[in-house]
Design a protein around this ligand. Structure first.
Ligand code: HEC
Length: 239
């Protein structure tokens, strides 16, 4: 019974969001900096592959890896650094647009001394790809930019669709080395647990009775939520 009502709810959510995923709101793309490509006709993306976008790429890394309890959220602001939004990042983390090697936000990521590197052990360092993204974003002027890239058509797969969303937004706080609330979202078995107990959808839709996720961050986009929902509706397979 319970499962069936979740499925029905899920289908309703997918339908409710299905018509929104191609909408590109001017307010979410403040700099209009989308490389001039894509973004028109029936395309569902205006993201340029050569651009690193703050809202899409950088902020989720910061929220997920740096804002946990005791670290760089608004309440704890360790060393005065707050990494929960663009204005605070620019005001407190010593970013010098165009110049990663004199930007603390980048320099701390590549330290080899365990007492200096961020995130601090036992948390894992950022991946090489994430570090490269932060570097490129600063090189490109550390802008408050965003683009729209999400498509809910076709079958949603764990590896291609769901896992990248979780990796971008959740695994800094929910990995084997830092399992917030005892939850590990870095692999399929861990994700299955919260699919099956309903907490994944409850938390990302900010449903009553669940903790709203991502903690300290913005709600996932409607499109990302419906991608995850669609994957669950289709049996939440390890595909
Ligand atoms: C900044 C750290 C942080 C981020 C980012 C984060 N979480 Fe959490 N999450 C936690 C902590 C800590 C808990 C346990 C305490 C609580 O429930 O608030 C938790 C709890 C949960 C729970 C259990 C909720 C419940 O009601 O029992 C789920 C499910 C969850 N997270 C999923 C996610 C997902 C999915 C994402 C990414 C979209 C995410 N989290 C991002 C820190 C985080």
């Amino acid at each position: 019974m319970y499962q069936r009502s979740i499925i029905v709810l899920g289908i309703l959510i997918v339908f409710a969001f299905a018509c929104k995923h191609t909408t590109i709101s001017p307010t979410t793309n403040p700099n209009g900096n989308n490389g001039g490509g894509g973004g028109n006709g029936g395309s569902s993306t205006n993201c340029s592959p050569d651009t690193v976008y703050f809202t899409n790429d950088i902020l989720p890394i910061m929220i997920s890896n740096c804002t946990m309890s005791g670290c760089h959220n608004a309440a704890d602001h360790k060393e005065g650094v707050i990494l929960t939004d663009y204005n605070n990042i620019m005001a407190t983390s010593d970013v010098e647009p165009g110049n990663p090697s004199s930007s603390d936000l980048y320099k701390v990521l590549i330290k080899t001394d365990p007492d200096k590197i961020m995130p601090r052990p036992p948390m894992s360092p950022l991946t090489a790809a994430q570090i490269a993204m932060v570097k490129k974003w600063i090189e490109q002027g550390a802008k408050n930019n965003s683009c729209t890239s999400c498509d809910t058509s076709g079958e949603m797969k764990f590896a291609a669709n769901v896992q990248p969303i979780l990796q971008a937004n959740c695994t800094g706080c929910h990995s084997a080395s830092s399992p917030g609330g005892g939850i590990n979202l870095s692999d399929y078995p861990g994700v299955s647990v919260v699919v099956n107990n309903g907490k994944l959808i409850g938390s990302i839709t900010h449903a009553g009775g669940f903790s709203a996720m991502p903690k300290n961050g913005n709600k996932l986009s409607d499109c990302h939520i419906s991608q995850i929902q669609k994957w669950i509706n289709n049996g939440a397979q390890n595909n």
